[in-house]
Design a protein around this ligand. Structure first.
Ligand code: F6R
Length: 609
């Protein structure tokens, strides 16, 4: 969603903030803005609709030197995408500006109240209410710290706010249920705040994760440049601190045209390092901790791609262990009053660890006394900090908005969990068996990636059709859903994922010679799936089959057949087939000329409901 960066220190703050915003642009890219205190002590604001490049051109040629600055990339919720609604919102004459991530649920009520007191709004956003509330409290005679606290107390909903105040040249930040981190560089006497530690990589050497309702105060005039307070004004200890050891390589995209492609190609190496982590590294203990949790039933909850990984994991756990797993979309689960008991396990899957609905579902389970386990990428994220145990997927930073490598790592981490449950731990024999299997998987994916041109050729033949049905059965059904999601989100074409046997119960009415069926076929339910392909073929649908290598039957029935070596990897075959889906979607999107890494209307981490 929105990205936030703030900085205070001796180097030019605007440069620091812009660098941070560039790194966060993948999270939201409707508009961008920056506010700072200039060398002649004016509070300045620049904000522009569209990508950060627009803001940078606006700043170009201006001689800007600032000691403190805040910035924002927006993913619009309230109000259209235009300069006016972009953040920061500011009252320059009062020396005050602020940025916001989240939703103010009582915005209408606050707007009415503040308007009745004579405050004039300049945007359609909910966020501006916070600015006007602070001004209201400053007018009452409160100092800035109390004005922030009193305004924050009036806000309903999950939000993070960062405020710049000229009078005292300081920055305040506070959150409830939205991501916020602070950082310091104690060598350069600099302090930072952001919605994501990634923005601060290579700049801060220590990162702080404040809890909800902790006021963070960045000030050059205090002995410590960064301080934390409770809402009653007392010093707070409710934060965790960690050394920042995340590297940031500005040329991280390397020779790849898009982050998505780079991330697809990273997968074999990541599988190898996941194996190391869980069999030889720190991961061993986390698997054992997960094993110690109750699990009469498992509730699996997630959103989007992580949900489809959850479907694969459900299959792994149930098949291997006969433990019933219930799988639910987090946004449904949280409002459904689900039946929960404390001998069950709640498993949450998330790349970011900040998805609002997944977090709300986790809180609900916690309130019911259910033990919570995450399969998560971002160490230190809210989900990571709130669960009883965590299994890291070790995918590294995923910048491409369309999730690829995270899906593979989530599914494999779930696979390891199911194996540890099955063997009630991990003997050397099991470890050898599994690491052999994962290394074979990595090798097979290397081979698949080397055949990118074949997939590109299929994409070229099918990219102009007017609808796509991804189908699969059993463990390949989630891969069909994930394939369709990937294609629609980056190529903006209509794609549906269906259980192959379900098509004849309605959707087959849509099949004609302009529709493509991407059939995911593995060893499980092979004949049944081939029958379903026949049904589509008989109605003139274009068949692309992705299935076992050297298969004459598939070759004959398909317009385009991509064979995959699956022998010895039957249970992990969905992961192999999905790699082909990822490349197929990527190349279709490329041929259609979309913005692959930043698809329209989307943001990387969905921190609003
Ligand atoms: C699709 C995609 C989304 C996310 C979903 C959950 O490519 O990336 O569907 O999977 O928003 O996000 P996380 O995993 O961060 O909870």
């Amino acid at each position: 969603m929105c990205g936030i960066v703030g900085h205070l220190g001796p180097q030019n703050s605007v440069d620091v903030v812009i660098e941070g915003l560039k790194r966060l642009e993948y999270r939201g890219y409707d508009s961008a803005g920056v506010s700072f205190i200039s060398s002649d002590n004016e509070l300045m604001v620049y904000k522009k609709k569209g990508e950060i490049a627009n803001l940078i051109s606006e700043l170009d040629g201006k001689d800007i030197k600032a000691r403190s600055s805040i910035g924002h990339t927006r993913w619009a919720t309230h109000g259209g995408v235009n300069d006016q609604n972009a953040h920061p919102h500011a009252a320059p004459e009062r020396g005050l500006s602020m940025v916001h991530n989240g939703i103010i649920e009582n915005a209408n009520e606050l707007r009415d109240f503040l308007s009745s007191k004579g405050h004039k709004f300049e945007s359609e956003t909910d966020s501006e209410c916070f600015l006007r509330l602070m001004l209201f409290h400053l007018d009452e005679g409160l100092d800035i710290k109390d004005a922030v606290i009193q305004s924050f107390k009036k806000i309903k909903g999950h939000s993070a706010f960062v405020i710049l105040y000229k009078e005292t040249d300081e920055i305040y930040a506070i959150k409830n249920g939205a991501p916020l981190v602070c950082g310091i560089n104690d060598i350069n006497s600099e302090a930072f705040v952001s919605s994501d530690p990634y923005a601060l990589a290579g700049m801060a050497n220590k990162i702080y994760f404040p809890e909800n309702e902790v006021l963070c105060h960045l000030s050059p005039s205090n002995q410590n440049i960064l301080n934390f307070y409770e809402l009653n004004g007392e010093k707070s200890k409710r934060y965790t601190a960690k050394a920042q050891n995340m590297d940031h390589d500005p040329a991280a995209k390397g020779d790849y045209e898009h982050y998505m492609l780079k991330e697809i190609f990273e997968q074999p190496e990541l599988i190898r390092s996941l194996t190391q982590f869980y069999f030889k590294g720190e991961g061993k203990d986390s698997l054992l901790k997960a094993l110690s949790l109750p699990r009469k039933n498992v509730h699996i909850t997630a959103c989007g791609t992580a949900f489809y990984a959850g479907m694969v994991i459900k299959d792994f756990i149930e098949k291997e262990n006969r433990i019933p797993c219930k799988l639910e979309i987090a946004s449904e689960f949280r409002y459904r009053n689900p039946v929960l008991s404390n001998d069950e396990l709640a498993l949450f899957i998330s790349q970011s660890g900040e998805t609002a609905d997944t977090l709300a579902a986790q809180q609900l389970c916690k309130e019911h006394g259910v033990k919570t386990l995450s399969i998560v990428n971002t160490e230190g994220s809210t989900l990571y900090r709130d669960c009883d145990a965590n299994l890291l997927i070790r995918a590294g930073i995923e910048i491409g908005v369309a999730s690829t490598k995270a899906f593979t790592q989530q599914a494999l981490t779930g696979y390891l969990l199911s194996q540890v449950i099955k063997h009630n731990g991990m003997t050397d024999e099991v470890r050898n068996l599994l690491s052999g299997k994962l290394s074979l998987l990595a090798e097979r994916i290397d081979n698949l990636l080397a055949r990118e041109d074949e997939i590109k050729a299929i994409a070229k033949s099918i990219y102009q059709y007017n609808g796509y049905f991804f189908t699969g059965r059993g463990i390949y059904f989630p891969i069909a859903l994930e394939g369709a999601l990937k294609l629609k989100e980056i190529a903006y074409v209509h794609a549906e994922g269906y259980a192959a046997g379900e098509l004849k119960h309605g959707p087959i009415a849509l099949i004609d010679d302009q529709k493509v069926n991407v059939a995911l076929v593995g060893p499980e339910l092979f004949e049944k799936t081939v029958s379903n392909i026949q049904e589509i073929k008989a109605r003139d649908g274009i068949i692309v089959s992705i299935g076992p290598k050297n298969n004459k039957e598939l070759d004959e029935i398909s317009d385009y057949y991509f064979g995959v070596e699956l022998e010895g990897l039957e249970d992990l075959s969905p992961i192999c087939l999905n790699i082909v889906n990822q490349l197929l979607s990527y190349h279709i999107a490329k041929l259609l000329g979309t913005d692959i890494d930043k698809p329209r209307n989307l943001a990387k981490s969905v921190t609003v409901e």
